[in-house]
Unconditional design. Structure first.
Length: 565
């Protein structure tokens, strides 16, 4: 391998357009909402946040910040079956890790259960909602489909008094799960399926993580969402594009209620999708339950907990989200582009260290017995303020197994019998032979060194074609290193068959027993360092001697761009 400089920074173009910023600017200029800007980030606490949520967080909090407004964190906790305080705590932590602070304490849709109930009674009394006794399957069938007319429920003509009595009986707990639902009286022939008498409440005798057993009826997401926005005073309700068809229902509910203030306006933007990645919570949970990955923070997953554990800097993620901008149409971004942002930042900030992942011993046969020297190496050539460190050098070293070939293939410039290479920051060495075990595996590489080449420079001006890294065998520290490949082999998992798991790479993780320089024993939990020539690696947040590969040194994004031309 030829001398390898630190990975070059990928040129970064100006941030892309943000149509939502333009929309809010126009609203302020026209006096809409009195010039007030209030957004919210409304996750459901039924799983961990992923990279797609990072974009939503940047949009919601970023718009509020840009216009001197506020952004609240609201948990849309309307489904007690899937929600848990574990997810609540994790979401709060992830938002703060990304660098955002919600306005005030988090709020919850469950804070508004009483008001939502009263507003539901208001719609009943206006003749705009009714109790349906049919089961979920029948209701689904009667809604019809695109080009297929809906069928009105036989219970749609119940009187206001009948509906109120049944709704109150639902709340009182005397009716079993699935026996009744409250539906809005929309239009069963409307081309928008969301307006075909949507369900507002269902009976669920389940313990809620905040309200306990106080309620046995729970609002649907669509019923709770817009009304929670209105209660809080949200001006701009920013959602991803899959909620585009829900907007007419969002507005329908608000238009028929006695709101305490202005009616919020929903605006949709393209969600963030990456190649080789699945972000469905259901699919992520299945990966965990099937034992494919080890948990929500497995570094192969796109959850923020996993990316953090893998060593992705939060600022690089937010810079990436700013770069791709806010668009009105969905698209899929190359994961290599995200990795280029990670690599660029780590190239500036990460300390350099030497580590050997697949060690083979190198013995310098003419080295003075017992002699140890200390070489001065830079901690980060991109930042002189990071200074230097002393690294022990001795007559027995570990080098990478693939830095030696008994029989070299064409254009192989590393160690092979007769070849000379530079040891990083130390001496030129020339291979004189090697030893093998009974199976023919190389166990030792034998070399001589040139004492005149201290510091890796030859006074006679001769050059070598490769520089390899090393670790002193006498001072090496053992470490476990986990190497990761793409969890899904296809750019769009499931595109060919319709099932993403058909493209699952079940060999996406490799664990190796490495030898590393002693300085790595003092790495802080979560800190990312560059293993010279190998890539960037993060010490596990739990500490110990476990490193996760964050990203390689190779600028794969540049190759993607070349292929696209």
């Amino acid at each position: 391998m030829t001398d390898t400089p630190d990975a070059p920074a990928t040129p970064v173009a100006p941030a892309a357009a943000n149509f939502i910023r333009d929309l809010v600017k126009t609203d302020n200029e026209q006096g809409t909402f009195g010039g007030r800007v209030q957004t919210r980030f409304p996750p459901e606490p039924n799983g961990y946040l992923h990279i797609g949520h990072a974009k939503a967080i940047c949009v919601d909090f970023g718009i509020a910040k840009d216009f001197g407004g506020i952004c609240k964190l609201r948990f849309d906790d309307t489904n007690p079956v899937t929600e848990d305080t574990e997810y609540v705590d994790a979401i709060v932590d992830d938002i703060r890790w990304l660098g955002f602070e919600p306005h005030g304490e988090p709020v919850y849709a469950s804070d508004y259960f009483e008001q939502l109930y009263l507003w539901a009674e208001h719609l009943i009394m206006q003749g705009l909602a009714y109790i349906d006794d049919q089961n979920a399957e029948t209701i689904r069938e009667q809604r019809g489909g695109y080009g297929k007319p809906g069928i009105e429920s036989p219970f749609r003509t119940r009187t206001v008094d009948e509906n109120l009595a049944l709704f109150r009986a639902m709340r009182a707990g005397g009716l079993p799960d699935g026996s009744h639902v409250l539906r809005a009286k929309g239009d069963m022939q409307h081309e928008n399926m969301q307006l075909r008498d949507p369900v507002m409440y269902r009976i669920r005798h389940e313990h809620h993580h905040r309200t306990g057993d106080q309620w046995c009826i729970y609002p649907t997401y669509d019923w709770a969402h817009g009304q929670s926005d209105a209660i809080e005073g949200v001006t701009h309700s920013l959602c991803s594009l899959e909620f585009d068809s829900h907007r007419p229902l969002y507005d329908w509910y608000l238009e028929h209620l006695p709101l305490p203030g202005d009616q919020p306006r929903q605006t949709e933007f393209a969600r963030l999708e990456l190649t080789h990645t699945v972000t469905s919570k259901r699919k992520l949970r299945q990966l965990i339950e099937d034992g494919v990955v080890e948990g929500w923070d497995d570094p192969r997953l796109p959850t923020l907990k996993a990316l953090r554990r893998r060593g992705y800097p939060a600022s690089a993620i937010t810079d990436f989200c700013s770069f791709i901008g806010v668009a009105k149409t969905n698209s899929r971004h190359a994961i290599e582009l995200l990795e280029s942002f990670i690599r660029n930042e780590l190239n500036r900030t990460a300390q350099r260290r030497m580590a050997v992942l697949r060690p083979i011993k190198l013995v310098i046969t003419n080295w003075p017995e017992g002699h140890i020297e200390h070489m001065t190496l830079q901690n980060n050539p991109e930042n002189e303020a990071d200074g230097t460190r002393q690294v022990a050098f001795s007559g027995e070293l570990f080098i990478e197994g693939d830095d030696f070939k008994a029989e070299a293939p064409p254009k192989y410039y590393r160690l092979t019998p007769g070849a000379e290479v530079r040891l990083r920051g130390a001496y030129f060495v020339q291979c004189t032979g090697f030893n093998t075990d009974d199976a023919g595996n190389v166990t030792e590489v034998l070399c001589t060194y040139d004492p005149a080449t201290t510091g890796g420079q030859a006074p006679d001006g001769r050059k070598v074609k490769a520089t390899i890294h090393w670790v002193s065998a006498h001072e090496a520290v053992d470490a476990e290193v986990r190497l990761y490949e793409r969890l899904f082999t296809a750019e769009i998992p499931g595109e060919a068959t319709g099932e993403p798991f058909d493209d699952l790479n079940r060999n996406s993780k490799e664990v190796v027993a490495a030898k590393v320089e002693p300085a790595l024993a003092h790495t802080r939990p979560g800190e990312v360092v560059q293993f010279e020539r190998l890539g960037y690696f993060a010490l596990d947040p739990e500490g110990g001697a476990l490193f996760h590969r964050t990203v390689g040194l190779k600028d794969e994004w540049a190759n993607v761009q070349k292929r696209a031309k």
